[in-house]
Design a protein around this ligand. Structure first.
Ligand code: NAG
Ligand code: NAG
Ligand code: NAG
Ligand code: NAG
Ligand code: NAG
Ligand code: NAG
Length: 477
């Protein structure tokens, strides 16, 4: 709780003259009763590089993670945080010295919150350790004001964590999973939006945007009918006690996975009917090893590399095929290009956007880019449709809105490839570098934000899997 001072004004000036405000995107005025934030792709150099100095090699890490900008404190300090539907809490200020190479630059540019420079901060005097598999953070809880870019909403007294130390995490995380009374002991960010009347319902919609887009959008308390076509299909969220890991999050029943190669009939995979959860904090989609191998075989790959990734011919990114995820009443067709992670560099490399996992079945960014999803906390449902992009028309939901009557304005023709002829298989160096692949372990009787993270330190491939693991009793009293 620092008094106002020249330091504060100096900070404000540096924010205004720096990347924080000067390069903010132009955001259309928000519809009253909802809050829409642009989702920043990590490839967006307007946000994550400075005008002068080194251009961050973000092109090398395309579509690894998705960020939103928060302004924390008084005066506001801009901080980018990773949007994570797979965890529950907001925290900022990772230790950037404890991440490697280009991660470090990225970490520094994501912004920091200095509580000493805020006149509205209150320390709660409580701490917690959040574990993310090979990464973790020790946080102290504070409350402060949070304002949102492009919105008049200012949330007062929002509880979040400030990291004192952290390891292998290079941005703060905005956990937008279930909050108070379910997965946290306090009102989390999504709870506060509703509690402080910034939104009329506890729900948000996520449109990450395609790989070619630099931005997507998240609308808290609303929908954007210019980001999908046709109706939304309601999928019940599987209650925690029936979910595979007993953790309250966005588990839904997936009926099948199929492949639709160019000009061929769709072919479903055996045994692909299973519960999956939607996790924007995960770069990849994680499926059982035998299913992943069967899909990879249809991309011409015999087996995973030494890091467990399926390296495929980049020519597939130009083919008009899709991987189709079917749910009861809706199928999301993911174009090959969106399903494949392309890693640029001297020798471009491509990887199937699905990795084998015996412990998780989750649909990460390689799926979510092609889906439009409403996360409806009021009715514990996911409303889903194929994603599209035909403008920007965010609008508030109210308690009386019937989501089944909402129709997306776009025409959705899933056309995969951007054209061009398929080239040969690029030669590739053998996958080197220590892969830090660890299963998250966490103890305790509450759902810690524990997870798994894979980082291939060669810089070839950077992946995040912010997926909380089962940690005992999930529901808090
Ligand atoms: C968190 O604090 C504990 C105890 O002080 C320490 O042993 C641990 O290394 C810290 N974790 C991180 C990620 O810094
Ligand atoms: C939000 O709206 C409700 C109902 O109109 C009202 O009772 C409550 O005081 C409002 N809360 C805030 C923080 O404005
Ligand atoms: C994977 O294994 C499960 C259980 O052993 C089986 O039911 C399923 O059909 C298999 N899937 C594929 C694609 O082989
Ligand atoms: C891709 O395939 C779909 C369905 O098979 C077809 O409708 C579409 O015209 C194709 N697009 C291109 C560019 O070939
Ligand atoms: C990153 O990409 C740039 C340009 O695409 C390339 O020059 C550089 O070698 C790449 N770096 C790594 C570590 O792959
Ligand atoms: C939730 O369900 C109720 C009826 O059970 C309905 O009136 C309401 O519109 C639904 N809310 C949303 C956001 O769909």
């Amino acid at each position: 709780m620092a008094p106002p001072s020249f330091r504060s004004f100096g900070l404000l000036l540096s924010i205004l003259s720096g990347r924080g405000a000067a390069q903010s995107p132009v955001i259309p005025p928000h519809d009253l009763g909802c809050v829409h934030l642009p989702i920043i792709h990590s490839t967006n150099v307007n946000h994550f590089s400075e005008k002068r100095g080194v251009q961050l090699m973000l092109a090398n890490r395309s579509d690894v993670a998705y960020y939103a900008q928060l302004s924390i404190g008084t005066p506001p300090q801009p901080v980018y945080v990773q949007l994570d539907t797979g965890s529950f809490e907001l925290w900022v200020n990772p230790d950037c010295t404890r991440v490697s190479g280009s991660d470090q630059l990225f970490c520094e540019r994501a912004g920091r919150y200095d509580s000493a420079k805020s006149t509205t901060v209150e320390s709660l005097g409580t701490t917690k350790t959040l574990r993310y598999g090979i990464g973790s953070a020790n946080i102290s809880y504070v409350t402060d004001t949070i304002t949102l870019a492009g919105s008049s909403a200012a949330l007062q007294g929002v509880q979040f964590g400030v990291a004192s130390t952290s390891e292998d995490t290079f941005s703060g995380i905005l956990g937008i999973g279930y909050g108070s009374g379910i997965a946290t002991r306090y009102l989390n960010f999504v709870d506060q939006l509703a509690a402080q009347n910034a939104t009329k319902v506890k729900a948000y919609t996520l449109a990450l945007g395609s790989k070619d887009a630099q931005e997507g959008v998240i609308v808290f308390g609303g929908v954007d009918t210019s980001k999908f076509g046709g109706p939304l299909t309601k999928l019940p969220v599987i209650p925690a006690d029936l979910a595979p890991d007993k953790v309250p999050r966005f588990w839904v029943d997936m009926q099948s996975v199929a492949i639709s190669p160019p000009n061929q009939a769709s072919k479903p995979y055996a045994g692909s009917n299973m519960p999956v959860f939607l996790d924007s904090g995960s770069t990849m989609t994680l499926l059982p090893p035998n299913l992943t191998s069967a899909i990879a075989a249809d991309f011409g790959v015999a087996g995973p590399d030494s890091n467990g990734f399926f390296r495929i011919d980049c020519a597939y990114t130009k083919m008009n095929g899709t991987v189709d995820f079917a749910f009861n009443g809706v199928t999301v067709k993911v174009p090959y290009k969106e399903m494949i992670r392309e890693v640029s560099g001297a020798t471009p490399a491509c990887f199937l956007g699905i990795t084998p996992s015996s412990s998780f079945t989750l649909l990460g960014d390689t799926f979510l880019r092609s889906a439009y999803a409403v996360f409806d906390f009021e009715n514990n449902s996911i409303w889903m449709s194929q994603a599209a992009n035909c403008g920007s028309t965010p609008a508030a939901l109210t308690r009386s809105t019937d989501l089944s009557s909402i129709v997306g304005a776009c025409t959705t023709t899933v056309s995969a490839a951007s054209g061009g002829s398929a080239s040969g298989i690029p030669g590739f160096a053998s996958g080197s570098g220590g892969s830090g692949s660890t299963s998250g372990t966490a103890g305790g009787s509450q759902p810690v934000s524990a997870g798994v993270r894979n980082t291939e330190r060669s810089g070839l491939l950077l992946l995040y899997v912010m997926a909380a693991v089962a940690v005992g009793t999930a529901v808090l009293g």
